[in-house]
Design a protein around this ligand. Sequence first.
Ligand SMILES: Nc1nc2c(c(=O)[nH]1)N[C@H]1C(S)=C(S)[C@@H](COP(=O)(O)O)O[C@H]1N2
Ligand SMILES: [Mo]
Length: 255
Amino acid sequence: MPSRPPHPDTPVILREAAGRLDAPTRRLFLRRAAGLGTLTLLAGCDVVDGTSAERALDAMSDFNDRVQAWLFGPGRLAREYQASEITRPFPFNAFYRRGGSPEVDPGGFTLEVAGRVQEAPPWTLDRLRALPRVSQITRHICIEGWSAIGHWEGARFSDFLDRIGADARARYVTFRCADNYVTSIDMATARHPQTQLTFWFDGATLPRDYGFPMKLRVPTKLGFKNPKHIVAIEVGDEFTGGYWETYGYNWFSGL
Ligand SMILES: Nc1nc2c(c(=O)[nH]1)N[C@H]1C(S)=C(S)[C@@H](COP(=O)(O)O)O[C@H]1N2
Ligand SMILES: [Mo]
């Protein structure tokens, strides 16, 4: 990748930190910071064009996961929007075409919970939907260069982790989906106040195409870190990666 100048949105704190590094390290640092600055911009702005998203993702692809996690801790919030700003129709995306979404039978459904968790009751959909309900209108940003504002409702994921007695010191939470999609997130993101286990979309039951019976809404991450059709949740220390991560997308991909 050719070296590029720092993006104008590179936060001041990063420019200052860069001043203390030797030249080659500084170039690398600023190139990574460029991706970070642009993603910060993407998460907070109204218009996202494909070019800037692409530039951000390109620059971010080799971003050091730990540096990012350190700079932007769980306190950082994604911007929330007004109901009038919701995108309709909301775009569909998956690693297959529309019509290919899995059909999950809600009747006998129980969510599988595994790893560093205590014994939990069987998590039927009724039991999951009875968890304290939260709501968010946030922007979903896809790695392919589009974004859309949606309304998601469900349980705060940290509440769910508490109910299942998940070890908060474990490093990762992994999501396995009915279409065999997989992704995983760090524990700080899992416990972030805006990370939501979602059962309702735009005021109705989460439709099949948008992730029935449940998805994880993570507004501080790119779209591919928001698994739909979740059937199993695993808590552990072993890095599990994910579907797009296997094809080279940056595992952290967010704030
Ligand atoms: N199970 C599953 N989850 C998934 C995907 C998928 O193919 N399967 N695609 C991801 C990607 S790349 C995006 S952009 C969003 C799209 O969600 P939407 O259809 O609600 O817009 O889902 C994410 N979660
Ligand atoms: Mo995506």
